[in-house]
Design a protein. Structure first.
Lengths: 318, 431, 414
């Protein structure tokens, strides 16, 4: 029972981290209709910039400055790259972000080298907040939960309660009308892109010390972010939150408990074959849940796309 | 908002028009002759190996373009069809009795059938929609099968993959395929055959309808074709030829591993196809050749090859979304107008300084890399056949100056190139 | 138009390949390992150590035979078996008769098989495969061949040494085994289970599991299980980001016992573990750098640092490889006839500067040597890794480990 609670907290941390990435991505999608493949690369840039700043000015300045730099870079990419490619259609746009992701990874390796960076948790948060039957919950995790939740609330507030948020929402659905009302729609687009990438940057800053800061960190997370927003429904902020938490908990629990395929198959009435070595299905029988934990989101996504192509919270059908 | 992923609808996929039979056949015959005499010029094994790799990529990229270019379907997991076809071919190679009774040359057919079988299963649910739904299902299925490759050891062989020996097949007119050159001819023959078949496919009603479904599925349905079934047929045909390329891979390398299935391979084939140009049948061929050279030959010269490849790719997407093929076909209009020669001088004036400037930039990048990563005291580096001290100011000044002057001249002459281009594309007028 | 592109491309190709294929009086060793991509740091570091070893041990001393120098030619295989096979062909065309590789058993298995086929089909250009780090036991067992020599201990031999050390540690009562889900991870798990059972039947294996390789973003759920199981020690064959992620997560969540690893040092990992790993991370490997085993080793390491101040010698077997190759070429009196050189390598006894006697076992071409267990620490470290204050210090040694380990290799000699 205690372990369930611990796993719930761990899954929450994973899920909220995923949410910070998918929130920006889903906003960008509902705005431009393009899946930004380079989104996780901005997350990586956030971690590397924060590491570099933390050497000189400490962790907190990194948390403050790095997302700003990432946001400005993101806005620059929109202004000088995507906007140009936009006229050619969606496939070139998508491929542009794909190429950008590759290039950013190479650039990071060029500047910082290929090794792991010794980017670590700040001293002040490097203690155990509390323990549940021997399992300590590091204070840094509590801090991560706190940061992500405040970002979600802030985002929700800005989007639904402020004038700027209203204009953004209107521009997402009816860009022409909003433009006719005298608002600068390209500027709004650039701003949303910048904020979205800055959010990814924040995620990188706070995830870098726990998940490692290395050139492959974007690739590891890259496609799972897509899976999240597709499951949640493209363009839906609530959907992104729900799907992030769902994926966080599913993967955490699948790893935490060794469910064997053999026992599932036995439970539904199959008997274990006598001689396993000869059978082509031997690998299926010996499958355990931690082995497949990280591909469960993909299975979920394919199933959802087959039965509900708009995603769980999506309104738009493709 | 239109979420349908399509390529530019104003450009039909094929511009080639069959004028007469000889004109249609000419490119194929020239290609075949060319492929046949290539090994007479380049005899060493490594060149043959690289040309084989190009051929495999060509077949795969053409198969991929059946989806992307002709059908408007963006797939992020196409490597699995080539991979599964290849794995099946490997298993056939290891079934010694059966393998000894068939000649090696037909092995790619079996591989193709397995690729096709998988495509039929996946296509049955993935081709219902186009656009994002199709792309995401392909990503999910691709990840799943790639993940299976280390879990299902019985078929995929785990980390070590599956290997075999091609020479145990029934000798084909006495040829046992011991030498690289024999494999080269086998691969070359298959490239011609598959390319021709894929070209013919694009001429069939289904192939034509794929274009229509790509551009406007609704109208296509009004013509009485089910958009879904048209997509399904394209997908299955593409799976077959992807499988063929997997079979050729199996014959060449005699080993298949997880890398044949993973998302990185799927991403690479997308890059290759787009780089070459999705709008033309021969686009992916150019893309495959250029990319293989970048990956295999440029990486012999510099560790930074991926940066150059990435930059080239981004520049292509931003400035020439038609890819290399689009770039070439842009010159058809001036050629028909008989004004191609108008472009020669402006090209020389702009492109040569630009190329020199870019090489200078590359030199600066390489020098930065050398200063940061070479051994202490090892200041000597060799670039463009010159050896110099990477820490000396003069070297940096020269490289910097070359870059600035090269790009500067290109910038100055660019407007006149634009003028010449407009002029060359305008019918009539004397000059 | 495409014909011209093709022609131009292919002529450029032959120019580049042909440029360096002119015959020269050097003994070419092709180094086929990742120099770009996710494992590039390990490959680039290995290349530095190879180049240094060739210069320091052979070329600066006047070369071999009649003054022929050893030239290391680097080929980037991007950790891909396919690219490795292409680069192998290029290397052979450029005149390399010795191929060395180490990162990734999948690549090693592909290479050893390709080399075996190549040598059978092309007797005029045979090559030897000097494997310096791929530890899959299969390479010297069911997949062995005459052309392959392994200079690292294989994973079973390392586990044999490791379990000797664990067996001697009375504090360890419960062990948790965790590894990546592929052949090497499974080999580690199998060996650990069977050897612990034989050596210390009272030790309980409280967990034995595999996780997907290179896909895990957060190791917290695994660390929770490890801690909940009450394990006193963890054994892991993980490498790269998976090792760092697992190690950091397990320690952060409150584990204090030893973590026995194969690859938790160098390539940025020592620096990244830093203070948190002190007294916890243990490493099983051949070769010792701290404390320095011999004056020659000190001189060697100092000369290396003078050349590459930021690099590590984390693979002492590289200098053993070059040293034994040089000795074998000298004994055979030729560098071109690789069968003679292979004959000289078989059964060779060689004294390593890293404080071990080395014997190349002729039955399976597996090098028998001392294996050490070292600790990650900042005390008593003369040669630190990753320009940090931390490094590894030897704790215990198993002399000539697993000298009589069984092999299923049936060597076919030409």
């Amino acid at each position: 029972m205690d372990l369930i609670l611990v796993n719930l907290i761990d899954g929450l941390v994973t899920g909220l981290l995923l949410f910070m990435l998918s929130a920006g991505l889903t906003l960008i999608f509902s705005m431009m209709g393009v899946l930004n493949f380079a989104h996780a690369s901005f997350y990586m840039l956030g971690a590397y910039f924060a590491y570099q700043i933390s050497i000189a000015l400490g962790f907190w300045m990194g948390l403050l400055i790095a997302p700003l730099i990432v946001g400005v870079l993101g806005a620059g990419v929109e202004r000088y790259g995507l906007r140009r490619v936009h006229q050619y259609g969606h496939v070139p746009e998508l491929i542009f972000t794909f190429g950008l992701a590759l290039l950013i990874e190479e650039m990071v390796q060029f500047v910082w080298g290929k090794n792991q960076m010794p980017y670590s948790v700040p001293e002040i948060l490097n203690f155990s907040a509390f323990a549940i039957s021997g399992n300590s919950i590091p204070a840094y995790k509590i801090f991560m939960i706190f940061i992500s939740i405040s970002i979600f609330i802030g985002l929700l507030y800005v989007l639904t309660k402020t004038r700027v948020g209203m204009i953004i929402q209107a521009a997402l659905s009816y860009p022409r009308t909003v433009e006719a009302l005298g608002h600068n729609v390209p500027l709004i687009f650039m701003g949303v892109f910048g904020v979205g990438t800055a959010l990814a940057g924040v995620a990188g800053v706070i995830a870098g010390p726990v998940l490692g800061t290395f050139p492959g960190m974007a690739f590891v997370l890259g496609s799972i972010v897509f899976v999240t927003i597709v499951i949640g429904g493209l363009g839906s902020l609530w959907g992104a939150l729900f799907a992030s938490l769902l994926i966080g908990w599913i993967t955490t629990f699948a790893k935490a408990y060794n469910v064997k395929m053999e026992s599932i198959l036995n439970a539904i009435g199959f008997t274990t074959p006598e001689n396993m070595d000869e059978s082509m299905l031997r690998d299926l029988w010996s499958l355990t849940s931690p082995q497949i934990a990280d591909i469960l989101p993909y299975i979920l996504m394919v199933l959802i796309l087959i039965f509900r192509p708009a995603g769980l919270f999506g309104k738009r059908t493709q | 908002m239109n979420d349908q992923i399509t390529t530019d609808p104003s450009k039909p996929a094929q511009r080639m028009r069959a004028g007469s039979l000889t004109l249609t056949l000419a490119p194929w015959i020239i290609s075949a002759v060319f492929l046949a005499i290539l090994p007479q010029i380049f005899t060493n094994n490594s060149t043959l190996t690289i040309m084989n790799q190009m051929s495999i990529t060509i077949v795969f990229a053409l198969a991929y373009n059946m989806l992307l270019g002709q059908g408007g379907m963006l797939s992020f997991g196409h490597a699995v069809y080539a991979g599964v076809g290849g794995f099946a071919a490997m298993h056939i190679m290891n079934m010694s009795d059966f393998f000894a009774s068939i000649p090696l040359v037909v092995l790619p057919v079996f591989a193709g059938l397995f690729g096709m079988g998988l495509a039929m299963i996946v296509g049955s649910f993935s081709t219902r929609g186009a656009g994002t739904v199709f792309a995401m299902i392909s990503l999910g299925v691709g990840e799943l099968i790639a993940a299976c490759s280390v879990i299902i050891v019985a078929f995929f062989g785990g980390e070590g993959g599956v290997s075999g020996d091609r020479t145990y097949a029934q000798p084909f007119f006495g040829v046992e395929f011991l030498q690289q050159i024999e494999v080269y001819y086998l691969t070359a023959a298959w490239v011609i055959i598959s390319a021709a078949l894929m070209y013919l496919w694009s001429r069939t009603p289904v192939g034509r309808m794929a274009n229509a479904v790509r551009d406007n599925p609704e109208r296509a349905e009004f013509l009485g074709y089910s958009a879904r079934w048209v997509r399904f047929y394209s997908f299955v045909a593409s799976g077959f030829f992807a499988g063929v390329s997997g079979g050729l891979f199996a014959i060449n390398y005699e080993i298949l591993t997880e890398e044949n299935l993973n998302t990185a391979s799927s991403g690479v084939i997308l890059l290759v196809t787009f780089l070459g140009g999705v709008g033309y049948f021969f686009g992916p061929i150019i893309g495959a050749i250029v990319f293989t050279l970048l990956q295999t030959v440029l990486s012999l010269s510099t560790e930074l090859w991926a940066i150059y490849a990435g930059s080239l790719f981004l520049a292509t997407v931003m400035f020439f979304p038609g890819g290399f093929a689009g770039l070439i076909m842009m010159h058809v209009a001036p050629f028909k107008l008989g004004k191609l020669r108008l472009l020669i001088m402006p090209y020389i004036k702009t492109l040569i300084p630009a190329a020199i400037g870019i090489l200078g930039l590359a030199a600066l990048v390489e020098m930065t890399f050398h200063v940061r990563h070479a051994a202490a005291g090892d200041n000597e580096m060799t670039l463009f056949w010159t050896t110099f001290d990477s820490h000396s100011l003069i070297a940096w000044a020269i490289a910097g100056a070359v870059t600035l002057i090269g790009l500067g001249i290109a910038r100055v002459t660019a407007p006149s190139l634009k003028e010449a281009w407009d002029e060359a594309n305008t019918a009539g007028g004397a000059s | 138009m495409k014909k011209f592109t093709k022609l131009g491309a292919v002529s450029a190709l032959s120019l580049i390949i042909g440029a360096s294929s002119a015959f020269a009086e050097t003994i070419k060793v092709a180094f086929i390992d990742p120099l770009s991509g996710p494992f590039a740091s390990t490959g680039a570091n290995g290349l530095k150590q190879f180049e240094f070893a060739a210069d320091y041990m052979v070329n600066d001393k006047g070369g071999l035979l009649d003054g022929a120098e050893i030239e290391i030619i680097a080929f980037d295989n991007k950790t891909s078996p396919k690219e490795s096979l292409i680069q192998l062909q290029v290397a052979i065309d450029q005149g390399a008769r010795y191929v060395t590789q180490g990162n990734g058993s999948a690549v090693a298995l592909a290479l050893t098989e390709a080399i075996d086929k190549h040598n059978r089909r092309n007797p005029d250009s045979r090559v030897l495969f000097l494997n310096y780090a791929a530890v899959d036991p299969a390479l010297t067992n069911e997949q062995c061949n005459f052309w392959h020599f392994r200079f690292d201990a294989n994973s079973d031999m390392k586990m044999d040494a490791l379990t000797d050390v664990i067996a001697a540690n009375e504090d360890v009562k419960k062990v948790y085994i965790i590894g990546q889900d592929y052949s090497f991870g499974k080999a580690v798990s199998d060996a650990a289970n069977s050897m612990l059972k034989a050596k210390r039947p009272d030790i309980e294996v409280v967990g034995d599991e595999l996780h997907p390789i290179g896909k895990v973003k957060d190791f917290t759920p695994y660390s929770r299980k490890i801690i909940a199981s009450g394990a006193d020690a963890v054994i892991s064959g993980n490498w790269g980001a998976d090792m760092l992620g697992l190690g950091k997560s397990v320690i952060e969540n409150g584990f204090t016992g030893p973590i026995y690893t194969y690859y938790a040092a160098g390539s940025g990992m020592t620096a990244a573990f830093g203070e948190t790993g002190k007294g916890i991370i243990r490493l099983v490997s051949e070769g010792v750098v701290n404390p320095s085993p011999s004056p020659e080793a000190t001189a060697y390491y100092d000369a290396f640092l003078a050349k590459y101040p930021d690099a590590n010698i984390d693979q002492t077997r590289i200098s053993n490889t070059i040293g034994m190759l040089a000795a074998a070429i000298t004994e055979a009196g030729t560098a071109d006839d690789v069968v003679a050189v292979a004959g000289a390598l078989e059964n060779m006894e060689y004294d390593s500067i890293w404080g071990s006697k080395l014997v190349m076992r002729p039955d399976d071409h597996q090098l028998i040597q001392n294996i050490n267990v070292s600790a990650h620490t900042n005390e008593g470290v003369k040669y630190t890794f990753d320009s940090s204050d931390y490094g590894v210090v030897k704790e215990s040694t198993v002399e000539m480990a697993s000298a009589d380990i069984a092999t299923s290799c049936k060597m076919k000699r030409p």
